[in-house]
Design a protein around this ligand. Structure first.
Ligand code: PLP
Length: 478
């Protein structure tokens, strides 16, 4: 394809995208296709000769859209949001055009330097302590990881190398295997499954601790577990505090947990994958009280801050524990400026990395902090509207206090009745929700996911849930 065709194709695609997103609420949120639906719709083999771009455009609805789950529809309330905005989409085009792989500073200086500055901008927007930011002049700073799962693993590896070095200094006679077998980390039982996975991938033991009645991990619980493990000869090295758990969006007692970690020299990582975006609004920062006690902090602008996937922002006070611990330095990756700017290949698992900071730069400039704050506050207000509708119907009850854009609710009654309710809701195909189960209680969670959601959409979703509940309760009486 040459430039004239590219321009026409890209213009046509821009029109298509705008049309798609602006009218997304008219589409069926989850497609009704069955596994294997796509193969019969495309040829058995790739074409030998080039096709015109118009032929590809003509197939998008038939082949692709017929099997798309529309995450940006106001009828989509499953999981957590994934971000989407026009500035981020355009930035992605530019990133695709530059198509550099910014593993070292010299591999594309702008790719590294814009990331360093954007993570400083973002850190200040969240009110993170200066000790996390590159502008503080020390080694600290931020990096864009692909996902929160990677950030949790990277932090775990940093924590592991820090503790290994300390223990070796105290016990030079112990082998690496001796030390590794004693390392133990901790998280809330409600932490995301990626934390358990980080333990498995990192080859260390991770314990899930019982939260309090409000599903928060508390300092006392952590202290007791650590004391017991130390008595048993183990070496506590890593704690993950979750701010905004996946199932019900609760917040661990970070301040208390931070004290325990500080007193034992344990690495504290904060996983605020979803809820972290809300900290750009000062009124929600009380939920991250104690953040200055953490060693690393992570949240996903690609969830709730209008930056398309993948953009998971992570800050480290002492990146040396990752940079030095996993430093492999083949000649072909060395350069003359080494040491004067970060070489992000050392801060992450893969070598290659896209020019992801462009999306952040475009979004922050084209929205401005105030509009991003408005976006968060609007979505939380919509969650409260749904909460109000739900609590005004005495057949329903809340499972969790609503703090962010997530409402956890259920029909009063058994798990079975709620399972049936969700089956009906999703079966009718108008809106889409997913369930969690905590302590054997099955409930429904409605996340405000689409930036297009209006109050009227929330009323539509509520009516759909109410009618499904009518059906379930009627069939129970029969
Ligand atoms: N941590 C929490 C609290 C989450 O809610 C999620 C996903 O929803 C994750 C981690 C995993 O995020 P990612 O897909 O970016 O790895």
């Amino acid at each position: 394809m040459e430039a004239p065709d590219f321009k026409e194709f890209a213009k046509a695609m821009t029109d298509y995208i705008a049309e798609y997103l602006e009218n997304i609420r008219d589409r069926q949120v989850v497609p009704s296709v069955k596994p294997g639906y796509l193969r019969p719709l495309v040829p058995e083999q790739a074409p030998q000769q080039p096709e015109p771009w118009t032929a590809v455009m003509a197939d998008i609805e038939r082949v692709v859209m017929s099997g798309v789950t529309h995450w940006h529809s106001p009828r989509f309330h499953a999981y957590f949001p994934t971000a989407n905005s026009y500035p981020a989409i355009v930035a992605d085009m530019l990133s695709g055009a530059i198509a550099c792989i910014g593993f070292t500073w010299i591999a594309s200086p702008a790719c590294t330097e814009l990331e360093v500055v954007m993570l400083d901008w973002l850190g200040q927007m969240l009110g993170l302590p200066e000790e996390f930011l590159a502008r503080s002049g020390g080694e600290a700073g931020g990096v864009i990881q692909g996902t929160a799962s990677e950030a949790t693993l990277v932090a775990l590896l940093g924590a592991k190398s820090r503790m290994m070095q300390r223990v070796k200094e105290q016990h030079p006679e112990w082998s690496d295997t001796d030390i590794l077998s004693k390392l133990v980390g901790y998280c809330n039982k409600q932490a995301h499954s990626s934390v358990e996975r980080a333990g498995l991938l990192g080859g260390v033991r991770l314990k899930s601790l019982q939260p309090d009645g409000q599903r928060r991990l508390r300092g006392d619980t952590l202290r007791d577990a650590i004391d017991e493990d130390i008595r048993n000869g183990l070496i506590p090295f890593y704690v993950v505090a979750t701010l905004g758990t996946t199932s019900s969006c609760t917040f661990d007692a970070l301040d208390e947990i931070g004290d325990v970690c500080l007193s034992h020299g344990i690495w504290l990582h904060v996983d605020a994958a979803y809820a972290g975006s809300a900290f750009i609004c000062p009124e929600y920062r009380y939920l991250m009280k104690g953040v200055e006690k953490a060693d690393s902090f992570n949240f996903n602008p690609h969830k709730w801050m209008l930056v398309n996937f993948d953009c998971s922002a992570m800050w480290l006070k002492q990146p040396r524990w990752i940079v030095d611990a996993f430093n492999v330095d083949p000649l072909y990756l060395k350069h003359d400026q080494q040491g004067s700017a970060p070489d992000y290949r050392h801060w992450q698992i893969p070598l290659g990395r896209r020019f992801r900071a462009l999306e952040l730069w475009f979004v922050l400039r084209l929205y401005g902090v105030e509009n991003l704050q408005k976006h968060i506050r609007r979505q939380i207000a919509l969650a409260h509207l749904f909460e109000k509708l739900c609590t005004s119907d005495d057949r329903f009850e809340l499972f969790e206090e609503v703090t962010m854009g997530l409402v956890c609710f259920k029909l009063k009654g058994s798990n079975e009745i709620n399972e049936e309710l969700l089956r009906r809701i999703n079966g009718r195909g108008k809106i889409h929700l997913v369930p969690p189960k905590i302590d054997d209680v099955y409930f429904l969670r409605l996340a405000i996911c689409s930036r297009f959601s209006e109050e009227s959409d929330i009323h539509i979703s509520w009516e759909e849930i109410k009618s499904s509940a009518d059906e379930v309760l009627k069939s129970q009486k029969k």
